[in-house]
Design a protein around this ligand. Structure first.
Ligand SMILES: [Fe+2]
Length: 328
């Protein structure tokens, strides 16, 4: 099948470019042909993902949640359900594994993050599928975590080495009920998969969190120290965390970073260090300007992602699948 070689010949096989874009040359017409093509080229595609951290598939016959589920399944990653995750975003499931990216309102920016890096369990792979692009805006922004690290350690070696050594702790407040209007409005019952306070406290203890109950039934929880910089195979260091998303996007954190973030030893971050991180990441970010049917595959260790705000009457519909659970 000629199309196989012509499309994979275009692979970059280089860490200098980002992301890889693979455009169907028109010869793959059905979802069955797509999944066969993926299976036949799996090794090459994985090697490419390991280089650039993200692949955008354009023009493949992926139309809806089911065909997307089929497309992603061809990569054979062990799946990861939203229910078992400790994600703090409100989402809606379409198939067992496919769910909405984030139900936050369109004017809310979701800032760069590695998926679920603020929890002890995170996916090694994240994929996004655009069923319906927004009228204006709504790009998924992606950024290389290894490039952020390289630039940050060159500019701020002391703080960055400390961050690597002691990690980071996150504090979040989970409401008593789901609040879809917030980017992090998942209730504590849903987040922790529990039914009552006793079960919640047992779960928190097992996760190594500390916590405090609010008078309104909310739960404020602080994680144990989690890695903020990870070393991957081949000694590749990555800035892997939710520091940017927390600082820029969580309620009141920009004004008061200590309300959500501290080094793993309890010491505070300075605003100037946080601002530098944000500036570096923004300078090397890439916007995926969605076309209907696009599928992005992201190595969650190697690249961060986020969502630009959008506008217009049409409902943007971007779906997500996670793969390969990793404990940290
Ligand atoms: Fe995300």
């Amino acid at each position: 099948m000629a199309y196989i070689s012509s499309m994979v010949e275009g692979l970059l096989n280089s860490t200098d470019e980002f992301p890889t874009v693979i455009v169907n040359d028109g010869s793959i017409k059905t979802i069955e042909e797509s999944t066969r093509w993926i299976s036949d080229n799996l090794e090459l595609l994985e090697a490419e993902l390991n280089c650039t951290g993200a692949i955008l598939f354009r023009g493949f016959p992926v139309k809806d949640a089911q065909t997307y589920d089929d497309f992603f399944s061809a990569f054979n990653y062990p799946n990861f359900t939203y229910k078992e995750s400790l994600s703090n975003a409100v989402r809606i499931n379409y198939t067992e594994y496919v769910f909405t990216a984030n139900e936050a309102p369109k004017d809310v920016e979701i800032y760069l993050h590695n998926e679920m890096a603020q929890t002890p369990l995170y996916p090694g792979r994240i994929s996004l599928f655009c069923e319906e692009a927004a009228e204006t805006g709504g790009a998924t922004v992606i950024c290389r975590s290894d490039e952020i690290y390289k630039r940050l350690v060159a500019l701020e070696p002391q703080l960055t080495n400390k961050l690597e050594e002691v990690g980071v702790k996150y504090t979040t407040t989970m409401p008593s009920e789901d609040r879809p209007e917030s980017g992090q409005g998942r209730s504590w019952k849903s987040t922790l998969s529990v039914n009552n306070i006793d079960e919640a406290e047992t779960k928190l203890k097992s996760l190594g969190y500390s916590w405090e109950w609010g008078t309104d039934g909310s739960l404020k929880a602080q994680t144990a120290a989690l890695p903020a910089i990870r070393t991957l195979n081949g000694n590749r260091k990555v800035f892997f965390n939710q520091i940017i998303a927390a600082y820029m996007g969580w309620d009141g954190v920009k004004e008061n970073p200590e309300s959500a973030l501290c080094f793993g030893d309890g010491s505070p971050f300075t605003k100037s260090y946080l601002d530098k991180i944000v500036e570096i990441a923004e300078s090397i970010s890439f916007d995926i300007n969605w076309q209907n049917g696009d599928v992005a595959l992201v190595d969650n260790n190697l690249a961060m992602h986020g969502r630009r705000p959008y506008s217009g009457d049409r409902k943007r519909k971007v779906l997500v699948v996670l793969g390969t659970a990793i404990s940290q």
